[in-house]
Design a protein around this ligand. Structure first.
Ligand SMILES: [Zn+2]
Length: 253
């Protein structure tokens, strides 16, 4: 079971620095009086039914101490700089066209954020080191990740995240007690991210809920330009239903 990391979770290097899970400038784009963190069930569910932890609070607003200075000021800050205008437009709900390149960078940023927020509660970590190393070396997620985005146009503006993890195994294999599958949901202003990783080879995490039709897949990569916002948008009820579906997927395993 993962513990509080002593070295960088992306490169195993020393010299850990403080880092915000989601940068401050991004949070400040969302007007305080419109933030509806309470639309989110702000919890962190982990490690199967036996040791399930429920933590209140909004993990993405936290500062963390498990990324080294080299990663933080190197590839992570390059990624953020490249994405700044795109992220700002998505948070503010502007009409834009997302190129294939932008969607790849956005997927990388979303998966990086999921990987970091997962470590806020180490026993719930489900993504293995080689997946983080892959992201750092290739500047994009491994193909076993799924990333969807949705446009939120309900009451208020989103600011929060939810993390679910658990162990899923192939028939005939013994459970190890270590989570290997996770789903991270992130809401920032008018952009809603769903990031999934399944540790069972040949298996994928599926969002069965019909609300998924309001989400657009951005990873594994799709081709062509994507007009944003999409025709179908999410409201507060949609988000509650999506989150309930994810919660049940981890409860029923
Ligand atoms: Zn590092």
């Amino acid at each position: 079971m993962a513990r509080e990391p002593k070295t960088c979770i992306f490169c195993r290097g020393n010299g850990l620095t403080d880092e915000h899970v989601v940068p401050d400038w991004l949070k400040q784009l969302i007007p305080k009086n419109e933030r509806t963190g309470n639309l989110f069930i702000l919890t962190d569910h982990g490690a199967g039914r036996q040791s399930r932890q429920v933590r209140q609070g909004s993990p993405i607003t936290r500062q963390v101490h498990f990324v080294c200075g080299r990663c933080n000021t190197g590839w992570m800050s390059t990624l953020e700089d490249e994405l700044k205008p795109t992220l700002a437009n998505l948070v503010l709900g502007k009409t834009i066209t997302l190129s294939e390149w932008q969607r790849r960078r956005l997927s990388t940023w979303a998966v990086k954020t999921a990987m970091t927020s997962e470590y806020i509660h180490p026993p719930t970590v489900a993504i293995p080191f080689d997946m983080r190393e892959h992201l750092r070396l290739h500047r994009q997620p491994h193909e076993r990740f799924d990333v969807w985005i949705g446009f939120y146009n309900g009451k208020g503006r989103l600011l929060g995240s939810e993390h679910h993890s658990g162990e899923f195994s192939e028939p005939g294999t013994e459970p190890t007690g270590v989570p290997n599958t996770q789903a991270t949901t992130i809401g920032l202003g008018q952009i809603f991210f769903q990031i999934a990783y399944c540790g069972v080879p040949q298996a994928r995490f599926h969002l069965k809920n019909e609300k998924i039709s309001k989400m657009r897949r951005i990873w594994p990569p799709t081709e062509g330009e994507m007009m944003w916002p999409p025709f179908l948008v999410l409201d507060a009820d949609d988000i509650t239903i999506i989150l309930r579906g994810i919660h049940e997927a981890f409860e029923d395993k």
